[in-house]
Design a protein around this ligand. Structure first.
Ligand code: A2P
Length: 276
């Protein structure tokens, strides 16, 4: 069993540096996958309303035999639930499906700037945090302008900005913006949605350390200072992806992986993503 260390967020609360991502995991599959993750040491689960598997995650939470407070649970408000009242209602639905009273982290999933409702949603998240129902609050896929706007208007700095981040897209600028604000960066699709698994540069680094390419990518994101959310439904991979605390990438490894930067995304650009 491997436990990921905790890191402190700007609100004083702590978060495990590796979370189990469940994007694209169907509700019936997510129960066993989450139980497996908890069994091998994950204590941080990252879901969202749009993943349509909060019920299954909740079932795993109730069946795993662990204390609720030993597991860090994140969910997110979807684009068509943005706005102050809508976000409060969406939160109620999510905690109802998860079968818990409070979430550890509630995020705005995308800024959807054309809809111009993310500031209203942020105010709703501030209320949820004041009420203690969302222990920490943050955003996802926010660019610098979106971050600046919510901080300037409310004075409340997100604890987390969860963004697409992998060797093709190391997000140097946005990580710097997050760091200057005191916001922790979380990496989604840290394996490039699986597309970087067979990359020869990463494979060479992996061979040097006797690790898999997935383990090297998780380790790389951690060494950039990120919280990392690898996704898998395969028990052996779930176990492997958290087993990254017995080796370290050196400067030459980090430099080799840095050569893979291409700006290529596996998901949409947040500036023009408005899917409802
Ligand atoms: P699967 O879920 O079938 O195990 P990302 O976290 O970047 O979104 O990548 C997720 C993808 O990478 C999934 O297709 C997942 O497959 C695959 N994957 C996750 N962990 C590993 C691993 N250790 N080795 C190979 N493929 C992996």
């Amino acid at each position: 069993m491997t436990f990921a260390p905790l890191v402190q967020m700007n609100d004083g609360r702590s978060i495990p540096v590796i979370g189990f991502g469940v994007w694209q995991v169907p509700d019936d599959v997510v129960v066993d996958a989450t139980l497996k993750a908890l069994e091998v040491g994950y204590r941080h689960i990252d879901t969202a309303r749009i993943y349509d598997n909060e019920r299954g995650v909740g079932e795993a939470l109730s069946r795993c035999g662990l204390d609720r407070d030993d597991i860090f649970v994140t969910t997110k408000v979807w684009n068509n639930d943005q706005g102050y009242d809508q976000t409060l209602r969406a939160f109620d639905r999510s905690v109802g499906l998860l079968g818990i009273e409070e979430v550890d982290l509630y995020l705005i999933h995308w800024p959807t700037p054309k809809n111009d409702l993310y500031l209203d949603s942020w105010r709703a998240l501030i209320r949820l945090r004041e009420e203690g129902r969302a222990r920490s609050i943050g955003v996802s896929n926010f660019h610098e302008a979106h971050l600046r706007r919510i901080v300037d208007e409310t004075g409340v700095i997100p604890a987390i900005n969860q963004i697409e981040l992998h060797p093709w897209l190391p997000q140097t600028h946005l990580r710097d913006v997050d760091a200057r604000l005191g916001t922790k960066t979380e990496a989604w699709s840290p394996l490039g949605s699986g597309q970087l698994i067979d990359d020869p540069v990463i494979a060479a680094v992996a061979a040097k350390h006797g690790k898999s390419t997935a383990q090297v990518m998780v380790r790389w994101s951690l060494q950039l200072g990120c919280i990392v959310l690898p996704k898998s439904v395969t028990p052996s991979r779930i176990e492997q992806n958290i087993d990254v605390f017995d080796f370290q990438l050196d400067d030459a490894d980090m430099a080799a992986i840095a050569t893979l930067e291409s700006g290529r995304r596996t998901g949409p650009n947040p500036d023009d993503f408005h899917e409802a």
